[in-house]
Ligand binder design. Structure first.
Ligand code: IPM
Ligand code: MG
Length: 384
């Protein structure tokens, strides 16, 4: 295709997306649903193993609601890399249909094919799902009380370089161009969610992170819109930082405690949240929520670790990240008590008591043993 035509198509797609954002409904109200449907997507690599443990835990914590028909779990297993690659689709159509029948989703890691590897040029299932379900807010909390760290990242999840990550153009053999998208509507909704969160949770500072001094058009817009939204929240202090120095300041002991709520475009958010998660024990321990108006998805933030499966070590994979994502899901759909119990059990099992330890190898506990440990502790509540 002529590159001018390709570019025209891209612009058209994005203009249509803006119209959809303008017409979008309000956030779904789970308390008004007769039944909440929770989809469980194993993904691939270690995904199915660790997600099954989290599923078991959630199903047990919600046993009463399941018995009363108020909650239903549905396992969705069509999102493997083999299937995606064979069909040449980031999310197979029938799988997307199943996903859309649910209200919220718990998802294990899905392998992201890279240019030139054996899976072909299939778009990342993560990125595709965030776009298909319009999960615009990637909210990632990182807490390390003993270091004075209590950060909540609001990473924009549908735009930036990821919006068209698989639609870049090789104009000639020598010239490759990717496209970066920032929209008014897309920025406004993530900024509003971050400021609303700050207000509701007594946070008095919101930090906007861009590189607007260099990337003037798109980051310039992102910063400007965030600052406009900030005017509706006069009690909240706002500061803005460039991503390079922000990355440094997260490790500055004197400075990092001042950050509370951070708003970032997609790519910077992707990078900074991995760095941030490292303070609380690495990406294997963090959970992540992908929130939209109609659907929300909760996932582990680490990858699918195919090497662990090849070496037969998937039974030893750490399920904590996807279990934590499960706790976030419980809280999001209104089961705060169950969520609190699960968070407390995670802390008790991984920090306080540590009767079983996961090492990823046969010298540690299996994921199944660990899940039983969590369930037992959540039932006994020894922290009370
Ligand atoms: C994440 C992951 C994904 C992303 C990948 C797997 C596409 O790194 O959730 O942070 O880049 O968003
Ligand atoms: Mg990432």
């Amino acid at each position: 295709m002529d590159y001018r035509e390709a570019f025209e198509k891209i612009v058209q797609q994005q203009l249509e997306r803006i119209e959809k954002m303008k017409a979008a409904d309000d956030f779904i109200d789970y308390s008004k649903l007769d039944k909440i449907i929770i989809g469980v997507i194993g993904g691939d690599g270690i995904g199915p193993a660790i997600t099954a443990h989290a599923h078991k835990i959630l199903e047990s914590l919600l046993a009463e609601q399941v018995a009363a028909g108020k909650v239903e779990f549905r396992v969705i297993d069509g999102l493997t890399i083999e299937r995606r690659a064979a069909l040449g689709k980031a999310i197979p159509d029938d799988t997307l249909e199943e996903i859309k029948q649910c209200h919220v989703l718990l998802k294990g890691p899905t392998t992201t094919p890279r240019k030139g590897d054996k899976w072909g040029n299939v778009e990342s299932a993560n990125v595709a799902m965030r776009k298909a379900l319009d999960l615009f807010a990637n909210v990632r909390p990182v807490k390390v009380p003993e270091l004075g760290i209590d950060w909540t990242f609001f990473r924009e999840n549908t735009e930036c370089l990821y919006a068209m990550g698989s639609q870049g153009l090789n104009i000639t053999d020598d010239l490759a161009i990717d496209f970066r998208v920032i929209t008014t509507q897309g920025t406004e909704r993530i900024a509003r969610m971050a400021f609303d969160y700050a207000r509701a949770n007594g946070k008095n500072r919101v930090t906007i992170v861009t590189k607007a001094n260099v990337v003037k058009t798109t980051d310039g817009k992102f910063l400007e819109i965030c600052k406009q939204v900030a005017k509706d929240y006069p009690e909240i202090e706002v500061d803005d930082w460039y991503i390079d120095i922000m990355t440094a300041k997260l490790i500055d002991e004197k400075r990092r405690g001042q950050f509370q709520v951070l708003i970032l475009p997609n790519l910077y958010g992707d990078i900074l949240t991995d760095e941030a998660a490292e303070f609380q024990g690495g990406v294997g321990t963090a959970g992540s929520s992908n929130l939209g108006k109609r659907w929300s998805m909760f996932e582990a933030i680490h990858g699918s670790a195919p090497r662990m499966v090849e070496e037969g070590r998937d039974i030893y994979a750490d399920p904590c990240s996807v279990i934590r994502a499960g706790a976030m899901l419980l809280s999001h759909i209104g089961f705060q008590k169950q969520a609190d119990d699960l968070y407390a059990a995670l802390d008790y099992c991984t920090i306080t008591e540590k009767k079983l330890v996961i090492t990823g190898r046969p010298d540690g506990a299996t994921g199944a043993e660990f899940a039983d440990y969590i369930l037992d502790v959540a039932g006994r509540r020894p922290w009370l």
